[in-house]
Design a protein around this ligand. Sequence first.
Ligand code: HAM
Length: 425
Amino acid sequence: MSHDTTAPRAPTGTHDVLPPESSRWEHFLARFAALAERYGFGLVHTPIFEDSRVFRRGIGEHSEVVGKEMYEFTDRGGRQLALRPEGTASVVRAFVQHRPVTPWRAWYATPSFRYERPQAGRYRQHHQVGVEALGSDDPDVDVEIIVLAQRFFESLGLKNFSLAVNSMGDAQCRPAYVDTLREYLRGQARVLCDEHAQRFELNPLRVLDCKTSACRDATQNAPKLLTALCESCTAHHERVVAGLTAAGVTFQTNDRLVRGLDYYTKTTFEFSSHALDGAQNALGGGGRYDGLVESLGGPPTPGIGFGIGIERVLLACDAEQVFAIAPMPPVAFVVDVTGGEGARDLVAALREKGLYVERAYDGRSMKSQLKAADKSGAACALLIGSEELAQKSVTIRALREQREQVTVTIESLLAGVDATGEISW
Ligand code: HAM
């Protein structure tokens, strides 16, 4: 039997996030957390896999995400499970299970799994931050949620993006519209793209969102969802439009914005970057899902939220040259040529006082340690030679400026850190 010695690589469509890029992720998450908490959202963690029914029922059997892209498996106990393709259905499942007091606001950061064709900005494991607000159908909540996403993008420094808003109607008005649309599409069936020529009967709305020129042309004169809304959906939509205008948020109404998940009702929205390639330019999107809690076995409870793609947003930041995070260098680098015990104890003492310090290992030469110190970006080197070791002192040498080096006792160095929070000399 041959022995496989090739080094395994990360699966197709997945990627590792290593320093210094990961430091950007940390800042990204901290910034999102701070903003979400200001809007009253609390962090929620749910399992990365769920009973498949959570997504089948929640997102919809006929959606691409469930029908074509879901990672499903049977575990060793025979349970039918799926890796989560998005965050909303899981949060709503947790809401139904625990019945927290409403209104309930949850934010999350999560990997999401979709068996898609990988390309720049499209992965099989991508990551999202998102929010879900359950328990109110007030259109002012829709506005708050959209404004939160808008402010987050702005806080990263992004400028070259736009917001599209639509209403999907509700159980009152949508079924009649879907019938009218289906009827219309029957007349166009010959000219639809291959996929939708096959599937439009099942989910005619999806054709509106199709990017092919065949479907775009065929739906040019299709009946419009916004003009088919019932009175209460129209009033809801108008209040959302007024609220966004009052908040000074620029947006376009786009009645083709139906989105790829079947749970949406009333408001849907999407942020697109103009700095990214067309097919992968959605930075984030969301909408209202007033029937989702019920479809997962809970009491009638309206909800709305969004998901933001972390990789996509960081790609847009690269393209716009914003949100570059310079990694923090250590404040000091300990260079010890006496065997390393001095470095071991000094580094430990300084770290305990809250400073980021580095040292070299493996008994390297003075020259090699000084080179590492310089490369680290540290402001100063703390040198320990035999004299310093004997006198319990350390010589401080500036690495970034011209300055006379000084020798101080370790005791006074540490007392200085206590007093000022830094290495002062
Ligand atoms: P979604 O539009 O499917 O919505 O995904 C949200 C965002 O995740 C997208 O706008 C995009 O930035 C990113 N994304 C999606 N798929 C990929 C992928 N394969 N690779 C890289 N990034 C991707 C949802 O997932 C809904 N749960 C949003 C929501 C929350 N609606 C209501 N509440």
